[in-house]
Design a protein around this ligand. Sequence first.
Ligand code: NAD
Ligand code: MG
Length: 380
Amino acid sequence: MKNIVILGSTGSIGTQTLEVARENPDLNIVALAAFSNIFLLEKQIREFNPEIVCVWDADKSRELSENIKDTNVKVVSGMDGLIECATWDKGHIVVTAIVGMIGIRPTIEAIKNKKNIALANKETLVTAGHIIMPLAKEMGVHILPVDSEHSAVFQSLNGEKQEQIDKIILTASGGPFRGKTKDELKVMKVEDALKHPNWSMGRKITIDSSTLVNKGLEVIEARWLFDVSFDQVQVVIQPQSVIHSMVQFLDGGIMAQLGTPDMKLPIQYALFYPDRRNLPGERLDFYKLKQITFEEPDFDTFTGLKLAYEVGRAGGSMPTVFNAANEIAVAKFLNREIQYLQIPEIIEYAVREHKNIPNPSVSEILDIEKATYDLIESRW
Ligand code: NAD
Ligand code: MG
């Protein structure tokens, strides 16, 4: 029996993790956390019987508590509640499926309590990779990637030696705006950007896929997860999303992981690593597929990707500013407060204004996040 904690159980990754749990009775859900969707959370509680749940919003938390009086599930809220779930005594693996930098503190506390991490929340490593990776090593904890690209790299590295990696090749679908010019991008609306060609995901990451900022965050995530330099991470557009990523070794040999686009595979792989289980679903049919094509990313149009390499190389607090500026710019775009191309413009502005701090602590990271929000709110 494996005891699972899911932070962000009502989202795209969270609900798919529960689908995997539904198919595998030896996965036991002990804790769930969500922002405010107590309707879905209650359904999840009644099906999966966790011991504790956290609702970020305090009013909603009280409401849920009232609604599930007939159960003996403990209901908590806020950051203390998230941390209580993340460190819940019986938990073996914590699935970090929360969106945004709010995931940093619970992840760190979980690692300190020797919980393995199935890591979906990429903002954690982007901003605090220099804290998380050494801590995980010290505590003897596995960081198991759930992001499909990093899971593909992780699977490709199985049985290989880290020091024999030549480079990591992250594939990208290119998103809904692949091939578009800056002029065409100017007029793109929320609905256009939410139409991802291959993957169905949360709203924030879908917008990030359209700007290629998601790929930029993944480049930084890969640097930490696999302990490589930025020169060793290459992005290749592969529009069919069949090759989920690759590793080239010193002898020129390349290992890749392929499959249909289904996040349940990386989720399940992380939960059962190093074992594989049956996963119902469509299989790749090469007769139907016929071809896989490749392109170079357009760094001049999708400037967010270029900037991600820049802030990644600079290190310190730069990736935090990049990430925080992107979070607020995307939220503003989703609220229809800004135009599409103002997303990269806002990120670039915040990055240029920031004076880098090397090796920021968690509280410095959170302060910089807030300062970045304030800076942007004062101008847009
Ligand atoms: P989503 O928006 O669908 O879900 C986010 C979840 O986090 C929800 O359950 C929400 O209630 C919860 N949440 C948000 N703020 C919270 C808070 N303060 N306290 C408690 N819960 C909170 O997002 P998603 O697409 O599932 O993405 C989650 C993370 O996984 C992101 O970091 C994303 O980049 C990463 N990721 C997602 C996918 C995907 O296919 N969806 C793929 C790779 C990586
Ligand atoms: Mg990804």
